[in-house]
Design a protein around this ligand. Structure first.
Ligand SMILES: C[S@@+](CC[C@H](N)C(=O)[O-])C[C@H]1O[C@@H](n2cnc3c(N)ncnc32)[C@H](O)[C@@H]1O
Length: 261
């Protein structure tokens, strides 16, 4: 998943519809709350950093119109998906650590579920501040992978039941309470306000929940992809044992931070 244009960067070169089925079901409702936290208002110019296929972009376009929104992501497939979905917004390939914009051109810069994938989160957040006008808003959120309330927590719990030494996402930057604030402070941001955002997502069947993990999206998808057929089946069965009987609801929380540039 690493891209040659951006060494070390976790690039999501997957189809937008695969991402939507895997994470979009959680990031779409999260974006509704995140955009409220940022206090985005009509007439502003806002940057969506690590836009993916557009969960947050859609909320921004709804509030600001296409001319008020710019977006950036290192993934070719996601940038193409944004072009198709929102032909009039300014979207380009790029990474948070080297934002391709002049200083102070945005009223706000927002990163939904991106800081934990940045190779250098402090530089990424400092870049978000650089492109935002003085006193403008910088906001970020990251799932609570360390505290066990991320949408992927049941999956990683099952993985570790079967393979205690398997990697997970708990150690990623910003995934633990307090880390986003520390990263923002290190990036020189001001008026740092921490918070939590929680979404509830319904699943009619266990298969609805499980099948998107087989699409190769993100670290969880990459983990499933490298398993043998038998190990994958063991993991599927363990997940089914850990989850409640269908239909069930997953409650997922993200750490958030709102700060000033
Ligand atoms: C979990 S997805 C979030 C996408 C979208 N913001 C959402 O909420 O659905 C993480 C996104 O971050 C992008 N990404 C990874 N490393 C990045 C970096 N260093 N700078 C900006 N975006 C990055 C990936 O390509 C991917 O689209």
């Amino acid at each position: 998943m690493s891209g040659t244009a951006y060494p070390g960067v976790m690039i999501f070169e997957v189809a937008a519809h695969s991402y939507a089925r895997f994470m979009g079901r959680f990031s779409d409702p999260l974006a509704v709350q995140f955009v409220q936290l940022a206090g985005v208002r009509d007439g502003q110019r806002v940057l969506d950093v690590g836009c993916g296929p557009g969960a947050l972009t859609a909320q921004l376009v709804q509030r600001l119109g296409s001319r008020g929104v710019s977006a950036v992501d290192p993934s070719r497939s996601f940038v193409a998906a944004i072009h198709d979905r929102f032909p009039d917004i300014a979207v380009q390939r790029g990474i948070a650590e080297q934002l391709p914009f002049a200083d102070r051109v945005f009223d706000a810069a927002l990163a939904q579920l991106v800081v934990h994938f940045m190779t250098n989160p402090v530089t990424g957040l400092a870049e978000m501040a650089r492109v935002t006008r003085p006193g403008g808003v910088v906001c970020a959120c990251v799932w609570d992978h360390a505290g066990g309330t991320s949408p992927l927590s049941p999956f990683w719990r099952a993985v570790h039941d079967l393979d205690p030494r398997a990697p997970d996402e708990a150690g990623r930057p910003g995934a633990r309470e307090g880390q986003l604030e520390d990263l923002c402070a290190a990036a020189g941001l001001k008026h740092i306000e921490p918070g939590t955002l929680t979404v509830e997502v319904e699943f009619a069947t266990f298969t609805d929940w499980w099948e998107p993990f087989t699409l190769g999206v993100g670290p969880a998808g990459a983990y499933v992809s490298q398993l043998s057929q038998a190990a994958r089946e063991d993991l599927r069965i363990r997940c089914a044992q850990l989850l409640p009987p269908a239909p069930f609801q997953i409650s997922a929380s993200a750490w958030s931070v709102r700060a000033s540039s």
